[in-house]
Design a protein around this ligand. Structure first.
Ligand code: IMP
Length: 206
């Protein structure tokens, strides 16, 4: 089975590839970084949507168009995800990648916003929406969510994005302090991907 990931985020690609390879050993996974220069030029995916699903669909369709009619012989999978902080009314949400200039500043901005708040006001969650296209059509959407807390400070260098300030358990290790295997065992992305895998296994069997 061939699957193209509509992502150029190195952290997401690494996690999705590991999870897919573990569940479907025969799968051949490529991503935007494997496109030819010509295909790359054709890839357009402006994240203008107001929801994760809209943006994930824009990315999946963008890749489908870039690949062109001759290369629609597999699946396309896109991921739009975000970090929702309860104290900030769910922000940054769909704007998580654009909340500040880089990962360190994005984490710092959130730590400053919840500074001094007790643990029950530091609740946050990651949300992932994965969209699967088969031969460029029939988009199917899968969601995963993981709840937890904003830590007191940024800790750990593993993972990416907001991982250093998120702990599934109040006062526990952050995702930045966990190995990829520990994070992937139960994350928003692995929960959504479990549903994708169940779907693919059913589709491929039929
Ligand atoms: P997207 O590429 O528009 O979907 O942006 C998603 C953003 O949400 C990423 O750039 C990260 O900042 C954040 N994010 C999504 N998933 C994770 C995760 O597993 N760990 C840390 N940050 C994440």
């Amino acid at each position: 089975m061939k699957l193209f990931l509509a992502s150029e985020n190195a952290g997401k690609i690494r996690e999705l590839k590991e999870l897919l390879a573990r569940a479907l050993p025969d799968i051949h996974v490529m991503s935007l970084v494997d496109l030819t220069a010509e295909e790359r030029d054709k890839y357009r995916a402006e994240e203008t949507g107001k929801t994760y699903a809209e943006n994930a669909l824009i990315k999946a369709r963008g890749l489908s168009q870039a690949l062109g009619a001759d290369r629609q012989d597999g699946f396309i999978l896109s991921d739009d995800s975000g970090f929702e902080v309860e104290f900030l009314g769910g922000e940054p949400g769909v704007y998580s990648a654009r909340f500040a200039a880089n990962d360190a500043e994005r984490c710092e901005k959130i730590l400053r916003a919840v500074h001094g708040q007790p643990v029950e006001r530091r609740r946050a969650r990651f949300v992932a929406c994965l969209v699967l296209l088969e031969r460029g059509v029939n988009p199917v959407c899968f969601f995963g969510r993981k709840d937890g807390f904003i830590s007191e400070s940024a800790r750990g260098r593993a993972g990416f994005g907001y991982d250093p300030i998120f702990s599934p358990l109040a006062g526990g290790k952050t995702w930045g302090e966990l190995s990829a295997e520990e994070k992937n065992a139960d994350s928003h992305r692995s929960r959504a991907l479990d549903l994708v895998i169940q779907y693919l296994v059913r589709v491929v069997k039929d």
